[in-house]
Design a protein around this ligand. Structure first.
Ligand SMILES: [Zn+2]
Length: 448
Protein backbone atom coordinates (compact mmCIF):
# COMPACT_ATOMS: atom_id res chain seq x y z
CA UNK A 1 0.00 0.00 0.00
CA UNK A 2 1.40 3.41 -0.88
CA UNK A 3 1.74 6.12 1.72
CA UNK A 4 -1.06 8.14 0.08
CA UNK A 5 -3.51 5.26 0.15
CA UNK A 6 -2.80 4.73 3.88
CA UNK A 7 -3.72 8.37 4.49
CA UNK A 8 -6.84 8.07 2.29
CA UNK A 9 -7.93 4.95 4.16
CA UNK A 10 -7.57 6.62 7.57
CA UNK A 11 -9.36 9.74 6.32
CA UNK A 12 -12.37 7.54 5.47
CA UNK A 13 -12.18 5.97 8.92
CA UNK A 14 -11.95 9.41 10.53
CA UNK A 15 -15.11 10.58 8.73
CA UNK A 16 -16.87 7.43 9.89
CA UNK A 17 -15.73 7.96 13.50
CA UNK A 18 -17.09 11.53 13.38
CA UNK A 19 -20.46 10.29 12.09
CA UNK A 20 -20.50 7.68 14.88
CA UNK A 21 -19.36 10.29 17.45
CA UNK A 22 -16.63 7.85 18.52
CA UNK A 23 -14.20 10.21 20.24
CA UNK A 24 -11.51 7.59 20.99
CA UNK A 25 -11.32 6.57 17.34
CA UNK A 26 -11.34 10.21 16.20
CA UNK A 27 -8.06 10.72 18.09
CA UNK A 28 -6.55 7.42 16.93
CA UNK A 29 -7.23 8.12 13.27
CA UNK A 30 -6.39 11.81 13.48
CA UNK A 31 -2.94 11.14 14.97
CA UNK A 32 -2.25 8.41 12.42
CA UNK A 33 -3.14 10.66 9.49
CA UNK A 34 -1.06 13.52 10.87
CA UNK A 35 2.01 11.31 11.37
CA UNK A 36 1.66 9.64 7.94
CA UNK A 37 1.31 13.09 6.33
CA UNK A 38 4.44 14.22 8.16
CA UNK A 39 2.53 16.99 9.91
CA UNK A 40 4.26 18.95 12.68
CA UNK A 41 1.11 20.20 14.44
CA UNK A 42 -2.60 19.47 14.80
CA UNK A 43 -5.13 22.23 15.56
CA UNK A 44 -8.58 21.33 16.93
CA UNK A 45 -10.61 24.51 17.04
CA UNK A 46 -14.20 25.40 17.87
CA UNK A 47 -16.25 28.11 16.14
CA UNK A 48 -19.84 29.26 16.50
CA UNK A 49 -21.56 26.46 14.59
CA UNK A 50 -18.94 23.85 13.83
CA UNK A 51 -15.38 22.76 14.67
CA UNK A 52 -12.40 22.38 12.43
CA UNK A 53 -9.27 20.19 12.48
CA UNK A 54 -6.22 21.47 10.64
CA UNK A 55 -2.73 20.03 10.23
CA UNK A 56 0.51 21.83 9.49
CA UNK A 57 2.57 20.13 6.76
CA UNK A 58 5.80 21.68 5.42
CA UNK A 59 5.08 24.78 7.50
CA UNK A 60 1.62 25.47 6.03
CA UNK A 61 -1.75 24.83 7.72
CA UNK A 62 -4.58 23.19 5.83
CA UNK A 63 -8.00 21.86 6.78
CA UNK A 64 -8.31 18.13 7.36
CA UNK A 65 -11.93 17.84 8.45
CA UNK A 66 -14.85 19.62 10.15
CA UNK A 67 -17.09 18.11 12.81
CA UNK A 68 -20.32 19.16 14.53
CA UNK A 69 -20.07 21.57 17.45
CA UNK A 70 -22.00 19.27 19.80
CA UNK A 71 -19.07 16.80 19.70
CA UNK A 72 -16.45 19.30 20.79
CA UNK A 73 -16.77 19.12 24.55
CA UNK A 74 -16.35 15.36 24.63
CA UNK A 75 -13.37 15.56 22.22
CA UNK A 76 -11.54 18.00 24.49
CA UNK A 77 -12.42 16.32 27.78
CA UNK A 78 -11.46 12.90 26.40
CA UNK A 79 -8.01 14.24 25.53
CA UNK A 80 -7.63 15.92 28.92
CA UNK A 81 -8.48 12.69 30.76
CA UNK A 82 -6.21 10.54 28.56
CA UNK A 83 -3.29 12.94 29.04
CA UNK A 84 -3.53 12.48 32.81
CA UNK A 85 -2.04 15.96 33.20
CA UNK A 86 -4.95 18.27 32.43
CA UNK A 87 -8.01 19.03 34.54
CA UNK A 88 -11.20 18.27 32.58
CA UNK A 89 -13.30 20.59 34.76
CA UNK A 90 -10.97 23.58 34.24
CA UNK A 91 -12.10 25.30 31.06
CA UNK A 92 -11.23 28.90 31.81
CA UNK A 93 -7.42 28.63 31.93
CA UNK A 94 -4.84 27.43 29.39
CA UNK A 95 -3.34 24.02 30.25
CA UNK A 96 -0.56 21.90 28.82
CA UNK A 97 0.56 18.28 28.81
CA UNK A 98 3.06 15.90 27.30
CA UNK A 99 1.83 12.55 26.07
CA UNK A 100 3.58 9.52 24.57
CA UNK A 101 1.50 7.29 22.34
CA UNK A 102 1.58 4.93 19.37
CA UNK A 103 -0.25 5.44 16.05
CA UNK A 104 -2.39 2.86 14.26
CA UNK A 105 0.57 2.40 11.92
CA UNK A 106 2.77 1.51 14.90
CA UNK A 107 4.85 4.66 15.13
CA UNK A 108 5.87 5.94 18.53
CA UNK A 109 5.19 9.63 18.99
CA UNK A 110 5.44 12.27 21.68
CA UNK A 111 2.84 15.01 21.80
CA UNK A 112 3.19 18.41 23.37
CA UNK A 113 -0.37 19.57 23.79
CA UNK A 114 -1.90 22.81 25.01
CA UNK A 115 -5.41 24.13 25.40
CA UNK A 116 -6.52 27.73 25.12
CA UNK A 117 -9.95 29.06 26.10
CA UNK A 118 -11.49 30.95 23.16
CA UNK A 119 -14.87 32.65 22.85
CA UNK A 120 -16.30 29.49 21.22
CA UNK A 121 -14.76 26.96 23.60
CA UNK A 122 -11.37 25.40 24.18
CA UNK A 123 -8.89 25.10 21.33
CA UNK A 124 -6.39 22.21 21.46
CA UNK A 125 -3.04 22.28 19.66
CA UNK A 126 -0.72 19.26 19.54
CA UNK A 127 2.91 19.42 18.45
CA UNK A 128 4.07 16.02 17.15
CA UNK A 129 7.52 14.57 17.69
CA UNK A 130 7.83 11.38 15.65
CA UNK A 131 10.35 9.24 17.53
CA UNK A 132 10.66 6.71 14.71
CA UNK A 133 12.01 9.41 12.41
CA UNK A 134 15.74 9.30 11.98
CA UNK A 135 17.57 12.32 13.28
CA UNK A 136 19.09 14.26 10.43
CA UNK A 137 22.85 14.60 10.07
CA UNK A 138 24.53 17.95 9.59
CA UNK A 139 25.07 17.05 5.93
CA UNK A 140 21.34 16.50 5.25
CA UNK A 141 20.02 19.94 6.16
CA UNK A 142 20.93 21.93 3.05
CA UNK A 143 24.01 23.75 4.38
CA UNK A 144 26.13 24.70 1.37
CA UNK A 145 29.72 25.62 0.76
CA UNK A 146 31.16 28.60 2.55
CA UNK A 147 28.59 28.20 5.30
CA UNK A 148 29.40 24.50 5.57
CA UNK A 149 33.13 25.17 5.76
CA UNK A 150 32.75 27.69 8.57
CA UNK A 151 30.34 25.50 10.56
CA UNK A 152 32.47 22.34 10.29
CA UNK A 153 35.53 24.28 11.34
CA UNK A 154 33.92 26.14 14.25
CA UNK A 155 32.14 23.19 15.87
CA UNK A 156 35.54 21.56 16.19
CA UNK A 157 37.10 24.53 17.98
CA UNK A 158 38.16 23.68 21.55
CA UNK A 159 36.46 26.73 23.07
CA UNK A 160 34.21 29.67 22.37
CA UNK A 161 30.50 30.26 21.76
CA UNK A 162 28.47 29.10 18.78
CA UNK A 163 25.09 30.80 18.44
CA UNK A 164 22.06 29.93 16.37
CA UNK A 165 19.19 32.39 16.03
CA UNK A 166 15.66 31.14 16.32
CA UNK A 167 12.45 32.37 14.86
CA UNK A 168 9.91 29.62 15.63
CA UNK A 169 9.72 26.80 13.11
CA UNK A 170 13.10 27.58 11.59
CA UNK A 171 14.46 24.10 12.18
CA UNK A 172 17.18 25.22 14.62
CA UNK A 173 16.46 22.24 16.88
CA UNK A 174 17.45 19.79 14.13
CA UNK A 175 20.59 21.80 13.41
CA UNK A 176 21.73 21.95 17.03
CA UNK A 177 21.19 18.21 17.53
CA UNK A 178 22.93 17.48 14.23
CA UNK A 179 25.94 19.60 15.24
CA UNK A 180 26.17 17.99 18.68
CA UNK A 181 25.80 14.50 17.22
CA UNK A 182 28.68 15.18 14.88
CA UNK A 183 31.05 15.99 17.75
CA UNK A 184 29.53 13.47 20.17
CA UNK A 185 32.61 11.35 20.85
CA UNK A 186 33.82 9.31 23.78
CA UNK A 187 36.57 11.80 24.62
CA UNK A 188 34.15 14.69 25.21
CA UNK A 189 31.81 15.31 28.13
CA UNK A 190 28.77 17.00 26.56
CA UNK A 191 26.04 18.42 28.81
CA UNK A 192 22.87 20.06 27.52
CA UNK A 193 20.26 22.22 29.26
CA UNK A 194 17.01 22.12 27.35
CA UNK A 195 13.45 23.31 27.70
CA UNK A 196 11.91 21.04 26.65
CA UNK A 197 14.15 18.04 25.87
CA UNK A 198 12.80 17.30 22.38
CA UNK A 199 14.90 14.32 21.34
CA UNK A 200 16.79 11.95 23.55
CA UNK A 201 20.26 11.37 22.15
CA UNK A 202 22.62 8.56 23.12
CA UNK A 203 25.75 9.58 25.08
CA UNK A 204 24.60 13.14 25.72
CA UNK A 205 23.93 14.31 29.28
CA UNK A 206 20.62 16.03 28.65
CA UNK A 207 19.07 18.00 31.45
CA UNK A 208 15.54 19.43 31.58
CA UNK A 209 15.35 23.00 32.88
CA UNK A 210 12.76 23.60 35.64
CA UNK A 211 12.42 27.33 36.11
CA UNK A 212 9.47 26.74 38.50
CA UNK A 213 11.96 25.39 41.06
CA UNK A 214 14.78 27.79 40.11
CA UNK A 215 16.70 25.34 37.96
CA UNK A 216 17.38 27.91 35.24
CA UNK A 217 19.71 28.08 32.25
CA UNK A 218 22.13 30.19 34.29
CA UNK A 219 22.13 27.88 37.33
CA UNK A 220 22.40 24.87 34.99
CA UNK A 221 25.50 26.37 33.38
CA UNK A 222 27.01 26.98 36.80
CA UNK A 223 26.52 23.34 37.79
CA UNK A 224 27.85 22.11 34.45
CA UNK A 225 31.14 23.88 35.15
CA UNK A 226 31.54 21.66 38.25
CA UNK A 227 30.93 18.53 36.16
CA UNK A 228 34.25 18.43 34.29
CA UNK A 229 32.69 19.61 31.00
CA UNK A 230 34.12 19.93 27.50
CA UNK A 231 31.04 21.01 25.59
CA UNK A 232 27.89 22.62 27.00
CA UNK A 233 24.67 23.36 25.19
CA UNK A 234 22.35 25.83 26.82
CA UNK A 235 19.08 26.08 24.95
CA UNK A 236 18.64 29.82 25.08
CA UNK A 237 20.41 32.97 26.20
CA UNK A 238 17.81 35.54 27.14
CA UNK A 239 19.22 37.29 30.20
CA UNK A 240 22.45 38.87 31.34
CA UNK A 241 23.20 36.17 33.91
CA UNK A 242 23.07 33.32 31.39
CA UNK A 243 25.14 35.31 28.90
CA UNK A 244 27.77 36.05 31.53
CA UNK A 245 27.98 32.37 32.54
CA UNK A 246 28.24 31.29 28.89
CA UNK A 247 31.06 33.76 28.29
CA UNK A 248 32.87 32.65 31.43
CA UNK A 249 32.59 29.02 30.31
CA UNK A 250 33.98 29.94 26.89
CA UNK A 251 36.85 31.95 28.43
CA UNK A 252 37.81 29.00 30.63
CA UNK A 253 38.28 26.60 27.74
CA UNK A 254 34.85 25.19 26.96
CA UNK A 255 32.80 25.12 23.79
CA UNK A 256 29.29 26.49 24.34
CA UNK A 257 26.34 26.11 21.95
CA UNK A 258 23.28 28.27 22.40
CA UNK A 259 20.50 30.19 20.68
CA UNK A 260 19.35 33.79 20.75
CA UNK A 261 15.95 35.03 19.68
CA UNK A 262 16.79 37.29 16.72
CA UNK A 263 16.15 37.18 12.99
CA UNK A 264 19.65 37.31 11.57
CA UNK A 265 23.29 36.76 12.43
CA UNK A 266 23.93 40.52 12.38
CA UNK A 267 20.99 41.38 14.65
CA UNK A 268 22.53 39.01 17.19
CA UNK A 269 25.42 41.45 17.69
CA UNK A 270 22.99 44.16 18.80
CA UNK A 271 21.03 41.72 20.96
CA UNK A 272 24.13 40.46 22.81
CA UNK A 273 25.33 44.04 23.38
CA UNK A 274 21.87 44.92 24.72
CA UNK A 275 22.09 42.01 27.14
CA UNK A 276 25.04 43.82 28.67
CA UNK A 277 28.11 42.22 27.08
CA UNK A 278 31.22 44.29 26.48
CA UNK A 279 32.36 44.31 22.81
CA UNK A 280 35.80 42.94 23.76
CA UNK A 281 34.16 40.03 25.60
CA UNK A 282 32.09 39.25 22.51
CA UNK A 283 35.17 39.41 20.32
CA UNK A 284 37.00 37.13 22.75
CA UNK A 285 34.33 34.46 23.05
CA UNK A 286 31.97 34.24 20.05
CA UNK A 287 33.20 32.00 17.24
CA UNK A 288 30.28 32.01 14.89
CA UNK A 289 26.62 33.02 14.61
CA UNK A 290 24.24 31.28 12.28
CA UNK A 291 20.66 31.87 11.23
CA UNK A 292 18.30 29.64 9.35
CA UNK A 293 14.85 29.30 7.82
CA UNK A 294 12.92 26.43 6.33
CA UNK A 295 11.64 26.86 2.78
CA UNK A 296 9.30 24.59 0.84
CA UNK A 297 11.06 22.75 -1.96
CA UNK A 298 9.62 23.00 -5.44
CA UNK A 299 7.82 19.83 -6.57
CA UNK A 300 10.24 17.90 -8.80
CA UNK A 301 7.46 16.24 -10.78
CA UNK A 302 5.59 19.25 -12.14
CA UNK A 303 8.24 21.97 -12.27
CA UNK A 304 9.00 23.86 -15.43
CA UNK A 305 11.15 26.90 -16.33
CA UNK A 306 10.15 30.43 -17.29
CA UNK A 307 11.58 33.92 -17.47
CA UNK A 308 10.70 36.32 -14.64
CA UNK A 309 12.90 39.15 -15.93
CA UNK A 310 11.73 42.67 -14.98
CA UNK A 311 9.63 41.38 -12.09
CA UNK A 312 10.29 42.97 -8.70
CA UNK A 313 11.32 39.64 -7.17
CA UNK A 314 13.91 39.11 -9.89
CA UNK A 315 15.22 42.64 -9.39
CA UNK A 316 15.55 41.98 -5.65
CA UNK A 317 17.31 38.69 -6.27
CA UNK A 318 19.89 40.20 -8.60
CA UNK A 319 20.40 43.19 -6.27
CA UNK A 320 21.14 40.84 -3.37
CA UNK A 321 24.53 40.02 -4.93
CA UNK A 322 25.41 43.61 -5.84
CA UNK A 323 28.70 44.71 -4.35
CA UNK A 324 29.81 41.16 -3.54
CA UNK A 325 33.42 40.30 -4.28
CA UNK A 326 33.40 38.52 -7.68
CA UNK A 327 36.03 35.94 -6.75
CA UNK A 328 34.03 34.85 -3.69
CA UNK A 329 30.85 34.62 -5.76
CA UNK A 330 32.52 32.61 -8.53
CA UNK A 331 34.01 30.22 -5.99
CA UNK A 332 30.62 29.72 -4.34
CA UNK A 333 28.90 29.05 -7.70
CA UNK A 334 31.60 26.61 -8.73
CA UNK A 335 31.36 24.62 -5.51
CA UNK A 336 27.57 24.47 -5.74
CA UNK A 337 27.93 23.10 -9.29
CA UNK A 338 26.16 26.13 -10.78
CA UNK A 339 27.73 26.90 -14.16
CA UNK A 340 28.52 30.48 -15.15
CA UNK A 341 26.15 29.95 -18.06
CA UNK A 342 23.27 29.03 -15.71
CA UNK A 343 24.07 32.00 -13.47
CA UNK A 344 24.04 34.39 -16.46
CA UNK A 345 20.73 32.95 -17.66
CA UNK A 346 19.32 33.74 -14.24
CA UNK A 347 20.76 37.26 -14.01
CA UNK A 348 20.26 38.38 -17.63
CA UNK A 349 17.18 36.47 -18.73
CA UNK A 350 15.50 35.84 -15.36
CA UNK A 351 15.24 32.11 -16.06
CA UNK A 352 13.87 30.24 -13.00
CA UNK A 353 11.93 27.12 -12.15
CA UNK A 354 8.30 27.45 -11.20
CA UNK A 355 5.62 24.90 -10.41
CA UNK A 356 2.74 24.07 -12.71
CA UNK A 357 0.68 21.76 -10.47
CA UNK A 358 -0.10 19.44 -13.35
CA UNK A 359 1.75 16.86 -15.35
CA UNK A 360 1.71 16.70 -19.10
CA UNK A 361 1.76 12.94 -19.14
CA UNK A 362 -1.62 11.81 -20.34
CA UNK A 363 -2.16 8.61 -18.30
CA UNK A 364 -5.88 8.46 -18.85
CA UNK A 365 -5.73 8.97 -22.61
CA UNK A 366 -8.30 11.75 -22.62
CA UNK A 367 -5.95 14.38 -24.00
CA UNK A 368 -6.04 16.52 -20.82
CA UNK A 369 -3.32 17.50 -18.38
CA UNK A 370 -3.69 15.99 -14.93
CA UNK A 371 -3.19 17.28 -11.42
CA UNK A 372 0.32 16.41 -10.23
CA UNK A 373 0.07 13.29 -8.09
CA UNK A 374 3.14 14.17 -6.03
CA UNK A 375 2.24 17.66 -4.74
CA UNK A 376 -1.51 17.65 -5.47
CA UNK A 377 -1.49 21.12 -6.99
CA UNK A 378 0.37 22.65 -4.04
CA UNK A 379 3.55 22.95 -6.12
CA UNK A 380 5.81 22.06 -3.23
CA UNK A 381 7.17 18.85 -1.77
CA UNK A 382 9.32 18.65 1.38
CA UNK A 383 11.46 21.38 2.89
CA UNK A 384 14.98 22.66 2.63
CA UNK A 385 17.01 24.70 5.11
CA UNK A 386 18.26 28.14 4.13
CA UNK A 387 21.31 29.26 6.11
CA UNK A 388 23.58 32.17 6.89
CA UNK A 389 26.74 32.04 8.91
CA UNK A 390 28.72 34.95 10.26
CA UNK A 391 32.24 33.87 10.95
CA UNK A 392 33.77 35.97 13.73
CA UNK A 393 36.98 36.45 11.81
CA UNK A 394 39.80 38.64 13.15
CA UNK A 395 38.52 41.50 10.99
CA UNK A 396 35.02 41.27 12.46
CA UNK A 397 36.41 41.02 15.98
CA UNK A 398 38.45 44.17 15.38
CA UNK A 399 35.39 46.01 14.09
CA UNK A 400 33.47 44.95 17.21
CA UNK A 401 36.20 46.25 19.51
CA UNK A 402 36.29 49.54 17.54
CA UNK A 403 32.58 49.92 18.30
CA UNK A 404 31.30 49.49 14.73
CA UNK A 405 27.57 48.85 14.42
CA UNK A 406 26.02 45.52 13.45
CA UNK A 407 24.97 47.16 10.17
CA UNK A 408 28.53 48.21 9.30
CA UNK A 409 29.91 44.81 10.24
CA UNK A 410 27.33 42.95 8.18
CA UNK A 411 27.99 45.14 5.14
CA UNK A 412 31.72 44.42 5.22
CA UNK A 413 31.01 40.68 5.50
CA UNK A 414 28.49 40.85 2.63
CA UNK A 415 30.95 42.71 0.40
CA UNK A 416 33.66 40.17 1.02
CA UNK A 417 32.29 36.68 1.32
CA UNK A 418 29.13 36.29 3.33
CA UNK A 419 26.30 34.17 1.94
CA UNK A 420 23.37 35.47 3.98
CA UNK A 421 19.89 33.92 4.13
CA UNK A 422 18.75 35.79 1.02
CA UNK A 423 21.81 34.88 -1.06
CA UNK A 424 21.73 31.23 0.03
CA UNK A 425 18.03 31.01 -0.88
CA UNK A 426 18.57 32.64 -4.29
CA UNK A 427 21.44 30.27 -5.10
CA UNK A 428 18.97 27.47 -4.32
CA UNK A 429 16.58 29.07 -6.85
CA UNK A 430 19.32 29.04 -9.47
CA UNK A 431 19.95 25.37 -8.59
CA UNK A 432 16.22 24.78 -9.32
CA UNK A 433 15.35 23.76 -5.73
CA UNK A 434 13.28 26.77 -4.60
CA UNK A 435 10.95 29.31 -6.21
CA UNK A 436 11.53 33.06 -5.93
CA UNK A 437 8.09 33.46 -4.33
CA UNK A 438 9.07 31.01 -1.60
CA UNK A 439 12.41 32.80 -1.06
CA UNK A 440 10.69 36.10 -0.31
CA UNK A 441 8.06 34.39 1.81
CA UNK A 442 10.78 33.24 4.19
CA UNK A 443 13.58 35.87 3.96
CA UNK A 444 13.77 39.65 3.87
CA UNK A 445 15.39 41.59 1.03
CA UNK A 446 18.58 43.29 2.15
CA UNK A 447 20.20 46.19 0.31
CA UNK A 448 23.93 46.52 0.65
ZN1 LIG B 1 3.84 18.63 -8.38
Amino acid sequence: MTENSVVAQFKDLLHQAIINADVVKIFDYLLTIAVEEDASDIHIEPFENYCRIRTRVDGILSELVQYPKNLHESVISKFKIESGQMRPDEKRLPQDARVSTVTQTNKEIDLRASTLPTVWGEKLVMRIVDKSKKMQGLGDLGIEWINKEIIYQKINDPNGIILNTWPTGSGKTSTLYAALSRINKVEFNITTFEDPVENKVQWLNQSQIRSDINFTFASGLRSALRQDPDIIMVWEIRDHETLEMAMEAAMTGHLVFSTVHTNSAAETITRILNLGAQPYMMAGTINMVMAQRLARKICPQCKSQKSVKWTSLHNYAVAAFKGMNMTSLQKELERRNISIQRWNQFVNEGLVSYWTGHTHEDHQGDGDDHTCSLCKWSGYKGRLGVFEVMDYSDEIKNMLIQGKTAYEIENVALEQWMINLERDAILKVVADELTLEEVYRVVKHKVL
